[in-house]
Ligand binder design. Sequence first.
Ligand SMILES: [Zn+2]
Length: 236
Amino acid sequence: MKKLIQGIHSFQTNYLSTHREMFELLSQGQHPRILFITCSDSRIDPNLITQAEPGEMFIIRNAGNIIPPYGATNGGECAAVEYAIHALGIKQVIVCGHSHCGAMKGLLKLDKLEEEMPAVYEWLKHAEATRRMIKENYQDYEGEKLLQATVEENILTQLENLRTYPVIHSRLHSGQIQLHGWVYYIESGEILEYDPVRRQFVAPETRLPRAAWLTPEQQQRIYQGSGASAKGNGKG
Ligand SMILES: [Zn+2]
C-alpha cells in the first residue's frame, strides 16, 4: 500500500501538473473511440501496451475477457457494452486475450474448479463454447500450445457473444461498428490481430483488407462461415 500512496503523490506532483489542460478537458466529458475488453490479469496494462491517453479507451476487465451472451446474466458487462455503444457511440470494439491466461487454464480443468472456486466455475460457463471447441477439435494439442489455442479460440467465442447484443447486431448490419480480436504476448509485448480472411492471428499491419463494399455481417458469412476458428495459426 505504501508504494501506491507514494505513486499517488508522484502522479499528482509530476504527471498531473504537466498535463493540466488534458485533465481540464476530461473533466468536461468523455469521448472514447475504443471499447477495450480484456482480462483482469495484473500483467496487462491496456493504456501502456497501446500508449493510449486517459479518455481514449472505455475498458471492461474480468477474468478471461469474457462477455456473457446477451440476456445470459444481468451483470456489469452487459450494461457496460450497451452504454459504450449506445451512449458513447463507440465504433471500434477490441477483445484482447493474452498468453499464459489463468482463466483459460481454469477452463481447461473446469471440473477441479467447481469445489474450490464455485464463482469462477460459474463465470467460465460463459466460455463453454471455447471449452467444447478445444475439447472436440484440438485433441492433438497439449501444454502451452493447448493453452494458447484456448486463449485464441476464446477471443473468437467472445466476439460471437458480442454479436448477440442487439445494439451491436444492429450496428454491424449497417456497418457502423467493427469488432477486433487481439492477443497480447506478455513475454514479447507483441500483439496480433485476428484476420478473418486468413483465419489466423497476424501482425495488425499485415491484416488483409476486407472487401469494403460488404457489410461486416456479409464479410463474416463469406470469410468465416458459421464456424470461425483460429486453428492453423502459425503461432499456436
Ligand atoms: Zn487472463
